[in-house]
Design a protein around this ligand. Structure first.
Ligand code: NAI
Length: 338
């Protein structure tokens, strides 16, 4: 049924998704581990050789997910924590991934999730500040453009905010961009990597196709459709799931991929660069102090924020649409905590 290469890939899944460098003791916590993203994300993190201990927390279901995932034959230890065990779950965590919160239903924007998810994320960030203030925090919960400033402001209030250790996970936009460009270029997505900058919702998602050798050859109607699909690809999934949620499997893949990137940086690997939404000086003079761009990761988290480079005329227009919306989303997050 399977080809020989497929069997090889299944036998060694971690070699395809993850790069590994020297092993260290690294405890990773997932907050929201019982959810649509949390479950497959926990499974993928169990397969990551850089994760030595996995701590799974949710207000419901995490011990069951942990028992299940713990049987996978990799070396890491897995433990599940119930609703009243958040502090125990966070104890000693070096990396904390947060997919807790409600997902979209058809017709909703990510901003429509703000009222519910803002307080969930704020309360989790307060616990991080209390128990594991030096951990790297990877925020998946939407709207990322607002939840990341919420986490930053909460940590800041507690006096423990380190901008090098807070990341909004925009990797799914990068994964989609490579996949969709691969589709229109008839090329392997491994060869059609695209830097995606800005934020993580609709018009704030700005793919820099002009900086990709395949991407710069795409023009006209095909270009417009490709950009739209990268910006609004999440809607395809929300619509197809028809009320049952948003992207979970591709998001888990993207979340595990980004967590592995952060872990490689923490382990001292050189030249680890990926787009992520961080506290950034790039557009701070326009009132946008969180922005996604290529970031070099290192032993302390953010090592260097790369400039976005040259933009085409189309990309300049996309950026003009991005900045005011992103500013609004960031301000909304800050105002919630203030
Ligand atoms: P889901 O509803 O399937 O799972 C969410 C989980 O969070 C549930 O198990 C729930 O019990 C848990 N939860 C709620 N409050 C909690 C709390 N205070 N502490 C710990 N856990 C708590 O939702 P799904 O599909 O997993 O999505 C989760 C979030 O991820 C949503 O906000 C969604 O919009 C976002 N998302 C982000 C993406 C990105 O690219 N950054 C892509 C797709 C979704």
């Amino acid at each position: 049924m399977f080809s020989r290469s497929a069997i090889r890939a299944l036998a060694a899944p971690s070699s395809r998704l993850f790069s590994s460098s020297s092993a260290r003791q690294t405890k990773v916590a997932v907050l929201g581990a019982g959810g649509g993203i949390g479950q497959p994300l926990s499974l993928l993190l169990k397969s990551d050789p850089l994760v030595t201990s996995l701590s799974l927390y949710d207000i419901r279901g995490a011990p069951g997910v942990a028992a299940d995932v713990s049987h996978v034959d990799t070396a890491s230890e897995v433990k599940g924590y119930a609703a009243d065990q958040l502090d125990e779950a966070l104890e000693g965590a070096k990396v904390i991934v947060i997919p807790a919160g409600v997902p979209r239903k058809p017709g909703m924007t990510r901003d429509d999730l703000f009222n519910t998810n803002a307080s969930i994320v704020r309360d989790l960030a307060a616990a991080v500040a209390r128990v594991s203030p030096t951990a790297c925090v990877l925020v998946i919960s939407n709207p990322v453009n607002s939840t990341v400033p919420i986490v930053a402001a909460t940590l800041e209030k507690a006096g423990v905010f380190d901008p090098k250790r807070l990341f909004g996970v925009t990797t799914l936009d990068v994964v989609r961009a490579a996949r969709f460009l691969g589709g229109v270029s008839n090329a392997n997505p491994a060869d059609t990597r695209v830097t995606v900058v800005g934020g993580h919702s609709g018009a704030t998602i700005v793919p820099l196709l002009s900086q990709s050798s395949y991407g710069k050859t795409v023009t006209g109607d095909v270009y417009d459709k490709l950009v739209y699909r990268i910006q609004y690809g999440g809607d395809e999934v929300v619509k197809a799931k028809d009320g049952a949620g948003s992207a979970t499997l591709s998001m888990a893949y993207a979340g595990a991929k980004f967590a592995n990137t952060v872990l490689r940086g923490l382990n001292g690997e050189k030249g680890v660069v990926a787009p992520t939404f961080v506290k950034s000086p790039l557009y701070a003079d326009q009132g946008v102090d969180f922005f996604s761009s290529n970031v070099e990761l290192g032993p302390n988290g953010v090592e260097k924020i790369h400039p976005i480079g040259d933009l085409s005329a189309e990309e300049q227009k996309l950026m003009e649409a991005c900045i005011p919306e992103l500013r609004k989303n960031i301000e909304k997050g800050k105002a919630f905590v203030a």
